[in-house]
Design a protein around this ligand. Structure first.
Ligand SMILES: Nc1ncnc2c1ncn2[C@@H]1O[C@H](COP(=O)(O)OP(=O)(O)OP(=O)(O)O)[C@@H](O)[C@H]1O
Ligand SMILES: [Mg+2]
Length: 384
């Protein structure tokens, strides 16, 4: 890509600072920093309120790293501290091995796509996208070419001459993305960059984003509260709750092997088997998580297969949702289990299992994941 010929991609958006790219790479090689961003024991207080507590994160060079969590869990605050817009209360932040805790935003090799886009209202779309290149004194001809390429990437060449107020929210969001990507920063911070897009465009942009990230090798730190988006896009996901990370891991690790009840529940739907039931069924008295797609409905008279457990119950609800159907089963042990079945083999004209039918729910032993340290909570809940 011709982007590599543009001058230094360092610095925050709109900064006039530009370090020579060659030296930068040289230093980079010498220090062989494979860590792009290190957040070390960072705490952020707003008055008495602790928004982020003793946070440690290591983000690898070239990684697509997502911060996932509910509203107010501290995701934006962490991003703002990495970018330098928010000072840390304690702890330190390193970028590519250099401590930047006290550096101004424009002295950091990061670029941010903000949750509220922050486009310049008085500039056209093309000028908005070109702004960073102009500041870096990229010649006009090359600038125009890069702007058109970048607008093509987000499918908005037709609005190049409009102003931000003449675009929809989703279009503005894509422009904000184009404006940040055109600078090819080493680290790109993205705060819910697809939040305003409708489902179809969002999925399309997810694929685009992933492709761009792979092509140019930029480290992405991506904030979202959409679990599916985090799972689909990321190399690793950090699950936030109340200003802390509950778990970091690959999408598969955090989804299949949640380490806390919060993570199990936040990443989609799950069945939490109480400790006493787990003890009886699985021989380990702590809460276990079993994903609905791992649970199968079987004929109550069918023999129980080796390596599986079966619980008898009654279908309380069958919820048809197109590609799959969700069955809520009230088991005779008093625990409601959700089973999700892909409709690949069910008749398309009628339901195969209905409300009130007696069934066995069954799952494999190894599809029940123990939630460490939850035995206390669970027995309390079962007793309640
Ligand atoms: N400038 C501020 N002053 C006081 N409290 C703040 C400030 N900024 C953020 N907070 C508080 O810190 C907590 C974390 O906020 P943050 O914006 O990081 O959440 P978030 O995870 O990004 O949420 P969302 O998904 O809604 O964007 C919230 O309780 C918020 O009210
Ligand atoms: Mg936020």
């Amino acid at each position: 890509m011709s982007h590599t010929s543009s001058p230094g991609s360092a610095g925050g958006f709109g900064s006039s600072q530009s370090r020579p790219r060659k030296n930068e790479e040289h230093t980079h090689l010498l220090t062989t920093a494979t860590t792009a961003v290190s957040v070390k024991q960072v705490t952020k207080q707003f008055g008495d309120f602790t928004a982020v507590k003793d946070l440690d994160i290591e983000i690898r060079d070239g990684e697509f790293f997502s911060m996932l969590g509910p509203s107010g869990s501290g995701k934006t605050t962490v991003l703002r501290m990495i970018a330098g817009f928010e000072p840390v209360t304690s702890g330190s932040i390193e970028l590519h091995g250099t401590d930047v805790t006290n550096d101004a935003p424009f002295d950091r090799e990061v670029n941010t796509v903000f949750q509220d886009y922050a486009l310049f209202p008085h500039l056209t779309i093309a000028e908005n996208v070109a702004y960073g290149l102009k500041v870096r004194k990229v010649p006009k001809a090359e600038r125009d070419k890069l702007v058109m390429e970048s607008l093509e990437q987000v499918q908005l060449t037709q609005v190049a001459h409009r102003r931000p107020s003449q675009l929809s929210g989703g279009q503005r969001q894509r422009i904000a993305l184009a404006r940040a990507l055109i600078l090819r920063p080493r680290v790109l911070l993205l705060d819910e960059p697809l939040g305003a897009l409708d489902k179809q465009l969002r999925e399309q942009m997810q694929v685009e984003l992933k492709q761009i990230q792979r092509e140019v090798g930029i480290t992405f730190i991506f904030v979202t509260h959409d679990q599916e988006e985090a799972l689909t896009l990321s190399d690793r996901v950090a699950v936030f709750n109340n200003g802390k990370i509950e778990q970091v891991g690959s999408p598969r690790e955090v989804y299949e092997f949640p380490q806390t009840e919060f993570v199990a529940k936040f990443l989609g739907t799950t069945n939490l088997l109480p400790a006493d039931l787990s003890g009886d069924l699985l021989g380990e008295s702590c809460v276990h998580s079993v994903r609905p797609e791992r649970v199968h409905l079987i004929d109550p008279t069918a023999p129980v297969e080796n390596g599986t457990v079966a619980l008898s119950g009654t279908i309380a609800e069958a919820v048809y949702a197109g590609p799959n159907t969700k069955y809520l089963v009230d088991t005779d042990r008093g625990v409601r289990i959700i089973a999700e079945k892909h409709n690949s083999h069910t008749p398309s004209t009628a339901a195969s299992v209905q409300r009130g039918d007696r069934v066995n729910v069954s799952f494999r032993f190894d599809h029940a994941t123990p939630i460490p340290g939850s035995a206390g909570d669970a027995s309390a809940r079962t007793a309640a």
